[in-house]
Design a protein around this ligand. Structure first.
Ligand code: SAH
Length: 245
């Protein structure tokens, strides 16, 4: 079947290209990453609806290639999510920028992130305020991200291993909460830990193709929650610690 053969050939050629790109990129000079990063900011962020100058500056500064596995560095600035191990992913750059813009983080704000993953979103937040707290449930990811953040001098980020559903009560209330894994409802502890006037950005819904998930902006105004739908999204599910519900 020529069509199928052609298709396979295409796949093999693409795989070979990917392999070559990955090998060359591991040794790519810093200036190549700088160019890839500024292209990302222009074509994926500014050309869409990312207008917040501080968010654009942070996205143009944080070395995303340092947060992805070495074999995927050549694709670090591509317009898509990438695997980071343990079945988890680093979000597409546009989604990181959109969530950060919607969270309206100002210098001095106290911010909580749920789902540290690679540490990339935490680094973006740390460019905006020195008060960043982040929680990851998978210990190996948490440890690697803590190492990456320290190596890149993001020393103000406070990270811990745990179930982010419960938030981080000792440091509440938070001016902004950014959730990067999807629960099927808004966790009550996170709503409780949001400051008056605070913003929570959270994907909510099941990981199923029919209903999908919605990225929500949850604001606390006069003690009440105001929920606005931002965009349909696809995040890894929020998992719970054993023995909790
Ligand atoms: N923000 C990350 C991407 C995160 S992917 C980055 O910038 O790279 C989502 C992460 O949420 C995964 O690492 C997953 O292990 C974590 N996660 C899932 N459920 C969680 C929970 N209950 N508490 C904390 N982290 C959780």
């Amino acid at each position: 079947m020529p069509v199928r053969n052609g298709l396979w050939l295409g796949v093999i050629v693409a795989m070979a290209a990917l392999g070559v790109a990955a090998v060359t990129a591991v040794a790519a000079p810093q200036r190549d990453y700088t160019r890839l990063r500024s292209d990302m900011v222009e074509k994926q962020l500014r050309a869409r609806d990312i207008t917040d100058k501080n968010v654009l500056r942070a996205m143009g500064k944080v070395p995303r290639h340092e947060f992805v596995p070495a074999s995927l560095r050549s694709q670090a600035y591509a317009d898509r999510p990438l695997p980071i191990g343990e079945g988890q992913t680093i979000s597409q750059p546009y989604i990181v920028a959109l969530m950060t813009q919607v969270a309206k983080v100002k210098r001095g704000d106290k911010v909580l992130e749920i789902g540290t993953g690679s540490g990339y979103q935490a680094a973006i937040l740390a460019e905006l305020t020195p008060h960043v707290y982040t929680i990851e449930i998978v210990p190996s990811l948490a440890k690697r991200a803590q190492g990456t953040l320290k190596r890149l001098d993001y020393k103000t980020v406070k990270a811990r291993i745990g179930d982010g559903y419960k938030g981080w009560r000792e440091h509440a209330p938070f001016d902004a909460i950014v959730v990067t894994c999807a629960p099927d409802h808004i966790p009550q502890p996170l709503a409780n830990q949001l400051a008056e006037g605070g913003r929570m950005v959270i994907p909510v819904g099941k990981q199923d193709a029919l209903r999908g998930q919605q990225l929500l902006l949850v604001e606390k105004i006069g003690g009440k929650l105001k929920v606005t739908s931002i965009a349909p999204v696809l995040f890894v599910p929020m998992v719970r610690e054993k023995g909790t519900q």
